[in-house]
Each structure stands twice: as C-alpha cells, then as structure tokens.
Design a protein around this ligand. Structure first.
Ligand code: ATP
Ligand code: MG
Ligand code: MG
Length: 348
C-alpha cells in the first residue's frame, strides 16, 4: 500500500509522518480538534471526533494501513478500522489504557510492578496506604500522561485528607529506584523483534527531561531481564510496530512501571543516534517492509526535552557541534508542555 493513516495528531505522529514520507508513503491523519502538528506533514487530515463512524469509514477507505501515535485512541475507534489493516492490533490499546489491566497482564507474564491496589473510595485508599505503606502514589487508572492525574501520598494523614478524583484510581507503593530506563523494541509482521539500546531516563516534575546513553552501570545489568519481559509482552499481544516499556532499576532488579503501545519520547535520540530510528522502523513494521538496523551509531548521546517557553531560544543550541534541534511547531506554548527536543551526539 502507499497511504498510511495515523490516528492522533501530536509530535509523535509528525515524526512518524516524516519517516513515512522519506519512504515514499503519503500520510493521512485523524484526530479531534486540537493543535494537530502532524497535520502539516500529512497529505490530508481528518478533524473529527473519535466516535464519528462516518468520518472514520471515509478515513479508513483512503488508507492502505492505519496506525496510531496516541495511546488513548478509544479502542472502539481503532476497532472501526478493518482487522488486518490496523497495526498494532487494537488489543494493545485495550491492555495499556488501564493501569490495573496493564499491571495484571504484565504480572501474568512474570513481570514485577510496584505493589499496587485498586482504589475506588476513601476507605479503599486508607486500606491501601495501610497495607502498602506510605509514601505512595495515587494514579488515575486511565488517561494520565506526563505525571498528570497523580498524587504523592506521604503519610496516612495525606491519604485521609485527599479528595479522591471522580474516576477509578490505583495506589502504588513508592519505588526507591536507583535509576529509570526504558526498553524500546520493534516487532515485525513475521514476529521478528529488534531492540534499541536502553537509555537512562531522567524525569523532572513527572515529565521526561532527558534520555542518556550509555545508560551506565546501574541500568545496563538490568536491561537483559527487562528485554525478556518486553519481548514476551510483544509476543503475547501479537504486536506489530514499536512498543515501549518503562522500568525502575532497583537493587532487586527491574521493576515494571508502565508500557506505551507506541513510539516513545525516550526513543527520540534514535533519529540521529541509531542506524534506523524508532519512527522509521515503526513505519517499516506496519507497512510490512524489512526492519532496519537498530544499532547505536554514537558513543555518547543526550536527548533533552524542550518544555514550554524554552522553545523560543532553542535554535541557539545549533551552534554546538552535532546538536540537533526538533521544534514540533505547536501553536500554543504552555508551561509543562513538550514543545520540542534536542539531541547531542558525541561520535565514537
Ligand atoms: P508518561 O508521560 O511516561 O506516560 P505517566 O503520567 O503515565 O507518564 P508514570 O510513568 O506512571 O506517569 O509516572 C511518571 C514518573 O513518576 C515516573 O517516571 C517516575 O519518575 C515517577 N513514578 C511513578 N510511579 C512511581 C512509583 N510507584 N514509585 C516511584 N516513582 C514513581
Ligand atoms: Mg504513561
Ligand atoms: Mg511514564
């Protein structure tokens, strides 16, 4: 096929569309009203609600294959695309959109998440804080990102005083981690899996600030076990495309944090820093092309997010040798919003 449909209009879709264009595909985007920065790189963009059946049918009719860049595309929307013409399989969305489902699924494959409990009432929260202890983190089961929809609970008193959100939540024991890292893989239509090197991820205020390679002595010994789990997750979901799992590196080994059934912010370094980027390999996988080499091509790599108003001065970084700036072209600058990123390389 020669037209790729992308559900979601954010920067991940924009970078996917850039990779697809290089390979000679046309892209058509689909997302509700918003700052759909993927649209500029798409031949056409459907601005419609996720549940607009007629618009979805018209969109699907124009696409040879459809994928997504946004993990909260409603499962029914993804299922409205005929099976076999959407990759990954929508059950990956179903599994990952609910933190409770996701943790149970991963535990079923031998993964170890932080201790957790489902919380639907103040008494649930008190019981959870009693059983799992404080500190801990209360998270909405659905729709959270960049640390939104999370509350730190430092003590039983905090738990008693918290006004619970109006949605189902989950309480997690706080993991005293030594570092954070992610496993990013691509799985092809024939089941072949390739991994990129794992970066050490640094978060500030719940938002990814930087991804660093090499990941260092704390992370590196834990990558093999984390990859085993990520590979099992991908196989179990019959996954096609790029899949990400986030981990805490602890003295007891890798603790699973969450998964993202998509390309991932912590893989942006692969654009300049790997033989084939996560975006290109995602397109290759969903289009049924041979997968590209995932090897790292520089000795030291630093990816840094450009948040909020920092974007105004970002071109100044171009004065540095081998520093690459990506501006997502978002119309609205907001505090805490990912506006772009830069990647600094030191070639070996
Ligand atoms: P993303 O933007 O990655 O999707 P998110 O909003 O889904 O983020 P999480 O990944 O659950 O949020 O948490 C964000 C960050 O908060 C983590 O990367 C980690 O730094 C910290 N964090 C989350 N859960 C825990 C935990 N149980 N123990 C310790 N730190 C945690
Ligand atoms: Mg998340
Ligand atoms: Mg996360």
């Amino acid at each position: 096929g020669s037209t790729i449909g992308i559900l979601g209009g954010g920067q991940l879709g924009r970078m996917m569309a850039a990779a697809a264009t290089q390979l000679g595909y046309k892209c058509i985007g689909y997302a509700p009203e918003g700052d759909n920065v993927a649209g500029e790189l798409c031949e056409d963009f459907f601005t419609n609600r996720w549940d607009d059946k007629a618009a979805l049918a018209a969109f699907a009719a124009r696409c040879d294959v459809v994928t997504w860049e946004f993990e909260n595309v409603p499962v029914e929307t993804a299922r409205a695309i005929p099976a076999g013409r959407i990759f990954p399989d929508p059950r990956a969305l179903e599994t990952a959109q609910d933190r409770l489902n996701e943790k149970r699924f991963v535990e079923g494959l031998g993964g170890r998440p932080a201790a957790y409990a489902k919380v639907d009432s103040p008494s649930d929260l008190e019981a959870a804080a009693d059983r799992l202890g404080a500190p801990g983190i209360l998270k909405t089961r659905r729709d959270g990102y960049d640390g939104k929809g999370q509350w730190r609970i430092m003590s039983g008193r905090d738990a008693a005083g918290l006004k619970l959100p109006d949605v189902s939540t989950i309480y997690e024991g706080f993991v005293e981690f030594d570092a954070e890292f992610s496993v990013i893989l691509v799985r092809g239509q024939d089941g072949e899996i390739r991994f990129w090197d794992s970066a050490r991820n640094v978060h500030e205020d719940g938002i990814l600030a930087a991804s660093l390679l090499p990941a260092g002595d704390i992370v590196e010994p834990q990558v093999a076990e984390a990859r085993r789990l990520a590979g099992e997750v991908a196989d179990a979901l019959g996954y096609v495309g790029v899949l990400t799992l986030e981990f805490f590196a602890t003295r007891e080994g890798p603790i699973f944090n969450e998964m993202a059934p998509r390309v991932h912010n912590s893989g942006h370094w692969t654009i300049e820093g790997a033989a084939t980027s996560q975006f290109e390999n995602h397109i290759r996988a969903v289009a049924g092309l041979p997968l590209g080499d995932t090897r790292t091509v520089a000795g030291v790599i630093e990816m840094r997010n450009i948040i909020g108003s920092e974007i105004a001065g970002a071109h100044a970084f171009l004065a540095e040798p081998d520093c690459h700036v990506h501006d997502y072209g978002k119309a609205e600058v907001r505090e805490g919003r990912k506006m772009g990123h830069l990647t600094r390389l030191t070639r070996a």
